[in-house]
Design a protein around this ligand. Sequence first.
Ligand code: PXL
Length: 277
Amino acid sequence: MKKIAVVNDISGFGRCSMTAALPVLSVLKTECCPLPTAILSNQTGYDSFYCDDFTDRMERYIDEWRTLGVRFDGILTGYLASAAQADILLRFLDEFKTDTTLYVCDPVMADDGRVYDTYTAALCEKIALLSKRANVLTPNLTELCLLTQADFYALQAQSDAPSYAQKIACLAAGLLSGTLHTVVVTGVCVGDEILNISVTKDGFSVVKGKRIGGSFSGTGDLFSAVLTGSLVNGETAEHAVQKAVRFLEASIRDSFQEGTNRNDGVNFQKYLEMLFE
Ligand code: PXL
């Protein structure tokens, strides 16, 4: 069975990060091996939360993985709690990312034009370094702008233009170099649609979903988990993105109809079977 190391936090509420990745990767018949970055009572979008930063325990944790001699078919990184943690991960990649390991970096930093409160400038710089080591990168539009020094609001103001997706694809294409072969820009809002723009050296493609309600916690984490599990299983990026979008669309519609609070995440549990092939 394929093994995927998932470097992300565990949040008690918010249906995001590890609690999103674990069920998705299991349904995709891969083994999810959690490397926690922090343990939180609930994700940071709620008014209050308790966070136990795991930075000073990660090295001992990784030491034991070294002793076990484990190897990974995939590595997925998401929410980080400190810049020092990113340094630990850069060394983790040196050791555990082989030529046959797919590294998917979800450069979690920001959304809707705003950097998350817990993300310092130093941490964002380190995430840019991690992004360069990835094979696949899954930024939202705000994160793409941070990684390419583009002006989010100026770009978003052009969302009516027919060339909007192409402009975004051009920015993303600028990140392709070295090991990084695919950038999927997720959740780009255009009118009543959400675009997901996949960019490789051969060009770009767009998968559209219906925009239902506002943005919900954890949807980026669900997306990156579907993509990682599917790619590690040998599926094409095109098929994987289609699958992720249909799964998220159904989960978001259900949560919107239920009136779920955005911080609580989406009712994805009811739609996991859509991923089961
Ligand atoms: O879904 C991204 C994410 C992951 N983990 C934590 C978060 C967030 C976004 O706010 O707070 C703890």
